[in-house]
Design a protein around this ligand. Structure first.
Ligand code: NDP
Ligand code: BG6
Length: 519
């Protein structure tokens, strides 16, 4: 890395060289995609500004994008290419403070274009894109590989996919045609199925990239390596040794400027259907036959298929939904959810959920998985903690510190990425005084590529490992249907902003004689 913390790489070799090309990032070889054009629908939006363009800039600056590459931004806003470049320059400066590099920006900006676009007008796809794309492809010699990235509200997905397909833009006559679909994929099981059917009427599964950016976080990618590249953990990874598992995705931020979306979604759709369930799958899946996207997806689907159904009659014993009231976060007073701008005064949208789920398989029978996620909690922490059973025989009954704490493995997804194993040791100088000590590994310099950099690289490369497959998406919606149907009917638990969550969630896990790890 250089002084700005940016990754230093060798200059790209000649792209005419056949076969996959790699860049060395520290000790890793990362494949560089083939020449391509990336078309972003929703280029005036928040995601493009905060994530996509900054990530693409960093990739380009580090030599991870092909030189023969262009980005065409589109949206309803009227703007020239020059204005778009200026807006994106501002966005990159805001997203990467201190890491802006004028020379690298000028080189990148030369690959950026903009076109005003009406998503509902079929002519915009045939006559519009039909004219612009060949021009850009000829200028940048991209050879017809096209990636269509849908960074638009989910309400517009169907129109765009239909119009792309009807215009023949899903065909792969001259190069690849990939479609990248942002989350949420559907609003419930029925709409996810409809969207899957629609997208499949024009695209094959291997052309479709459904985003769950959690899968692309380094520490999430690490879960499989941790489990299957070490022989010491996997023999213990089952009901015989594990008492329970906790998965937490806690945020201290509120809904920020996304009230319109969040009011419709709520935490179950926003975080559980995708991110939290994907973490559950990676923690619980059986070893895949080989480390390929499809075999890993097969195992994830099996986990979701084995989830015990939530009983509708006694749902409250398994699920707590909550909403934050006013409170303080990081020493700052913040309003209740219902007082946030754009939120209805009587909104029943849950901003917190805790669930107790079981996976009905030989490996996991009767091992509870406690899942929780929420906005405006005491801290930002995403982690998976695996709690082992107590020692079978109390050989040291009169330890000074009380009962012997069971061993725990914590996979820290963010922040402070790393992992730790807690075990008991004898305190020096005492006869029987045990002390739990952590053995910790921290990622030394943070991550090499952030989640959106991985997502962008892989959707161009055509690698599905970090994306979700049709069956998993539908299985996750199906499992959550009773919870979604109960929202608005059951009373919502309340929790103060900046707290650990509702007391009902403490009771949910407490009834089983267990406690949440503090946030
Ligand atoms: P924005 O609300 O900022 O809008 C994105 C783009 O969609 C804008 O270019 C906007 O164009 C366009 N748009 C908005 N409404 C319509 C409409 N009715 N018809 C046509 N175009 C419209 O959304 P985000 O950028 O926040 O999100 C984009 C996608 O990414 C969504 O699917 C979201 O769920 C997902 N996502 C976003 C995250 C984020 O942090 N922002 C995180 C994870 C996923 P115009 O300027 O013309 O209105
Ligand atoms: C998004 C959700 O998918 O993930 C947001 O829509 C949430 O509500 C975000 O804040 C969390 O992502 P991260 O990477 O900040 O943990």
């Amino acid at each position: 890395m250089d002084q700005r913390g940016e990754i230093v790489v060798e200059r790209p070799p000649d792209e005419a060289v056949a076969g996959p090309r790699y860049r060395r990032l520290e000790t890793c070889e990362i494949e560089v995609p083939n020449p391509a054009g990336l078309i972003i629908f929703g280029a005036s939006g928040d995601l493009t500004r905060r994530k996509l363009i900054p990530s693409l800039f960093r990739l380009s600056r580090n030599g991870m994008l092909p030189e023969r590459f262009f980005i065409l931004g589109t949206s309803r806003v009227s703007m020239t290419t020059e204005q778009f470049r200026a807006a994106m320059e501002e966005a990159v400066q805001a997203a990467l403070p201190g890491a802006f590099d004028r020379q690298a920006w000028d080189a990148f900006a030369g690959h950026l274009y903009y076109s005003t676009f009406d998503y509902g007008d079929p002519l915009a796809y045939t006559a519009g894109l039909g004219a612009i794309l060949p021009r850009l492809e000829s200028r940048h010699q991209t050879g017809g590989n096209r990636i269509f990235y849908l960074a638009i509200p989910p309400t517009v997905f169907e129109d765009v996919i239909h119009n792309l397909g009807a215009a023949g833009l899903s065909r792969e006559d001259r190069g690849c045609s990939h479609v990248v679909i942002e989350k949420p994929f559907g609003h419930d099981l029925a709409s996810a199925r409809r969207l899957n059917r629609l997208v499949h009427s024009f695209y094959k599964e291997d052309q479709i990239f459904r985003i769950d950016h959690y899968l692309a976080k380094e520490t999430v990618q690490n879960i499989l390596m941790f489990r299957f590249a070490n022989s010491i953990f996997e023999p213990l990874w089952n009901r015989r040794y594990i008492d329970h598992v906790q998965i937490s995705a806690a945020e201290s931020i509120g809904i920020e400027h996304r009230a319109g979306y969040y009011e419709e979604a709520g935490v179950v759709r926003d975080m559980f259907q995708n991110h939290v369930f994907q973490l559950l799958c990676l923690t619980a899946l059986e070893p895949p036959a080989e480390f390929t996207a499809d075999r890993v997806q097969d195992e994830k689907a099996k986990v979701l298929r084995s989830l015990r159904r939530f009983p509708r009659e006694t749902l409250a014993e398994h699920v707590v939904l909550g909403q934050y009231s006013e409170g303080a976060v990081d020493g700052r007073d913040v309003p209740a959810y219902r007082r946030e701008e754009g939120v209805a005064a009587g909104s029943t949208t849950p901003t917190y959920a805790a669930m107790r789920v079981f996976i009905d398989t030989w490996r996991w029978q009767d091992v509870p998985f406690y899942l929780r996620s929420g906005k405006r909690l005491a801290g930002r922490k995403t982690e998976i903690s695996v709690h082992f059973k107590e020692v079978p025989h109390a050989l040291f009954p009169d330890t000074v510190t009380g009962p012997i704490e069971p061993n725990t493995i914590v996979l820290k997804i963010q922040p402070d990425e790393g992992m730790s194993l807690t075990f008991q040791t004898k305190q020096p100088g005492t006869k029987v005084c045990l002390e739990p000590v952590p053995m910790t590994y921290s990622y030394p310099r943070g991550v090499l590529l952030d989640a959106y950099e991985w997502v962008l690289l892989d959707c161009i490369l055509g690698d599905h490992m970090l994306f979700t497959r049709e069956d998993s998406v539908e299985l996750a919606w199906s499992a959550l249907t009773p919870v979604l149907e109960s929202a608005g009917q059951a009373p919502l638990a309340s929790y103060a902003a900046g707290s650990q969550g509702p007391s009902e969630a403490t009771r949910l896990i407490g009834r089983d004689g267990r406690a949440w790890r503090p946030l």
